[in-house]
Design a protein around this ligand. Sequence first.
Ligand SMILES: C[S@@+](CC[C@H](N)C(=O)[O-])C[C@H]1O[C@@H](n2cnc3c(N)ncnc32)[C@H](O)[C@@H]1O
Length: 419
Amino acid sequence: MISFPPPRGVKMNDSRSKVTPSTVLRRVERLRVELDDTDGIRVESLGMRGPSVPRGLQLLQAFSRPTSIQNALDSLSATGTQEWIEMTEAILRWVESGVLHEPGSPVRSVRSGYEGAPVHAVMLNDRARTEGFIRGIEATVRPGNTVVDIGTGSGVLAMAAARAGARHVYAIEASSMAEIAAENVRLNGFADRISILRGQSTDLVLPEKVDVVVTEMIGHHAFGEGLLEIVNDAVRRFGDGETRVVPESIELLGIPLEVPEVDLAAYAASPRAIENWKGWYGFDLAALAGRMPKSCFFVRSEAVAKWRSLASPASLVTVRFPAQTDDGLLEGTARVRIEKPGILNAVAVGMVISTGGGASVSTVPSASHSGSHWLCPVWLPTAPFQVVPGDDAKLDFLYGSGIHGRQGSADASPMVADI
Ligand SMILES: C[S@@+](CC[C@H](N)C(=O)[O-])C[C@H]1O[C@@H](n2cnc3c(N)ncnc32)[C@H](O)[C@@H]1O
C-alpha cells in the first residue's frame, strides 16, 4: 500500500553560476511577503519559501519589471561597498531560489536522477505509457518530417519517430544517458537518421527547423519536470510556426477522497500520527500539523483506487501544447457534485495525457488501472469537511514554476457560492 514518493529526476539549481551584472531578471508574479525578526523580507510563492534578504521590498520593486542586475543595483543606490556586496548576495540568493528569474527562460536545473538503467527500466516497463507515446508519434510524424525528441533517455521515442518515417530526429539528452541512447540507436540501425545531442534543450540550437517536438518529461506532478517551459522554448526556437507536439495535451483531474485514518497517519501529520509519535517517542510533534504549506504525498494509483472516492473525477485544468501561459502559472477550479457521504480529507490528482491521433495515457485511479510508474499526488485540503450526496465541493488547482523549482497545489473546500 505505502509507496515512497521518489521524484523521477533530482534537480539542482545552477542558476547562480550563469548570472552577470547585465543579466535581466524579474520577480515571479504572485508572492506573499513577510517581514522577519531581523527586518529582512521573506517571500512565499505557491507554498514554497525563499530566503530572507535585506532591503527585500526595494528589491522586489526594482525587479517588478524586467531589469538588469546592474540597473537594479544602481536604482537601489547602495551606500558603500559592504551594502553593495549584501545587495548582490541577496539578488543571487533570490535567483538561486527562483524568486528572481530571467524572463522567458525556464528555471535552470541540472538533473542527475536519470543516469543509469533502473529509472529508465521502470519507465519502459510502464507499457501503457511507452506504447501510448509510440502510438501518438506514429499518428503525428509524417514521412520525411524532422523531429526533435527532448530528454531522449534510452532513445526509445526518438527511434519510434525514425521508425514512423522521420527524415531526421534530433535526440537531446542532458545526462550521460546520451551515450547509452547513441549505442541503442546504433544497435537498431538508425545512426544515419538520429543525431544524439548532449545538453539541456534550452541551451542548444538545431541546424534546421523541426516539424514535430516529442517529449516525455512528465513528472508525478505533471509539469514538475519543466514540461511547459521546455516545450514552449522548443516550439519557439526549433519550430517553424506549424510544429506539432507529442503529447498534444494533458488534462489534470481531481478526485475528492475520504482516506482512512490509518492510511492518512502513514503519510501525513494527522491527529492519529501525532498521537502515535507521542506514544512511541515521548515528544509532542503537533507543530507539524500546524502552519505547514499545502502539502501532498504520492501513492500508486491502484492504491488510491482502493480509497473511498466521494465523487467522479473532475477536470481541473487542460493544457494544450504549446502551453498558453507566459508566466508559467496555471490555475483551475472545478465544481464537483458529491456522490457519497463522508469526510473529504484528500484530493488525488490524476492525469490524462493525449499523445496524438486519439491515443492517450491515464493515471486517473480506477479499479481496472494498474502498472503506471507515475505516482498520484494526493493533496490534503486546508480543512477536511463532511459531505453528503448532492453537496457541491470546490476543487482549486494552482501550479507555477516558482521558488525552489516547480510546484503545484490542490485544495478542496465546501461550495459556498457559484463559481
Ligand atoms: C522521463 S525521462 C524520458 C526518457 C525517454 N524519452 C522515455 O520516454 O523513456 C526524461 C529524460 O529527459 C532528460 N532531460 C531532462 N531535462 C532535459 C532537458 N532540458 N534537455 C534534455 N534532456 C533533458 C533526463 O535526463 C531524462 O533522461
